[in-house]
Ligand binder design. Sequence first.
Ligand code: ZN
Length: 367
Amino acid sequence: MAQQILMKLSNGGCSSCDPPPAPGFSIGGSVGRGGRNLPEDARTIQSALNGVCPADGGPILKLDVDGIVGPITIAAIEKYQKRQLGWSDGRVDPDGPTIHALSGQSGGQAAPAKAGPKAPPPKATAQQNAQFVERIGSLLPRARHWISMAQLNIDMASEYLRRSPAGRNDPFPSLHDIGRGQLALFDKYFHTHKEPTTTKLAQLQRAKRLYDSMTTVITHSLLQAPMFGWGVGYFQPDPADGTLAALDYVAYTFYGGWQARRPDGRPRLSGDDNYKGAKNLREDTIFFPVGQLLTKTDNFMLETIIHELAHFVGPGVKSPDRIGDHTYDTKANFLTVNNWTALHTAECYGYFAAESALRNAITIPIH
Ligand SMILES: [Zn+2]
């Protein structure tokens, strides 16, 4: 059986989209950035966008259909345009391409000319690819910080579990609670609540070692930083950048790719392990479709880097303990999968590190 490539998806699929408005709707004036923004038109567009699946460029959180055009509505228009048209100006004009796409798609039965095939995502130039690899390099020290904060929390949670309970005459009983919050954070993502203490401790230590390997990869990359570029380094632009195939993910890599070697010591290629898709990709690489990532925030990129590293430094493709993609931040079950599943899910390692570093300042999903 062909192995599924480890993609970090650009969306979590679509389970509940609003019923679409009637096909062929129209607006009297433009809506969005610099538009006339008549409230009735704005409501029409807000409602139409709500009818588009997030997978197809609709908003992840439904817009308020309030007729007010603020930054959230404009951002939703831009997201839709990028996804469907390959560009964005944040405005829907009465007879422009956006409303044609929108009325075709939301109506579900528009003229074929309007509901044409998906536009491919933007393709980065060679210069943008080079700058992107530089950007990854500049983010790596922060990724290392996120990881060490995760490890600190793991250490404190472990100490809490090893400590004996406060005695009756203990003068400082509250000291016994140090680490309790850190364990709660670990459990938010990894759900050890029902496990015996020895299992909890073993799982904490295993997670810590996974993060240790990520640190090694990052350090190795930083030492190689002067050589970053196409063909060198663990972090590379995706050769499929700008193609329709690249619409579905924001990064991908291979199980245990970091240490996957052929018998002669050379890196394994995707075809060696029967991965789907291209057969000549080096497994010791994390690939990014750069054209789609130029506008992503640092926090989004950092979480994505750690997510990919979890696959990359975890067990290899033949191990039952390999780190896969059993859930994502955009799925409803992200925080409710079982203990085993969470421990084998890359997104959980990314978010535990993110929240360790950013405290409670993160929202799910990170944008
Ligand atoms: Zn993944």
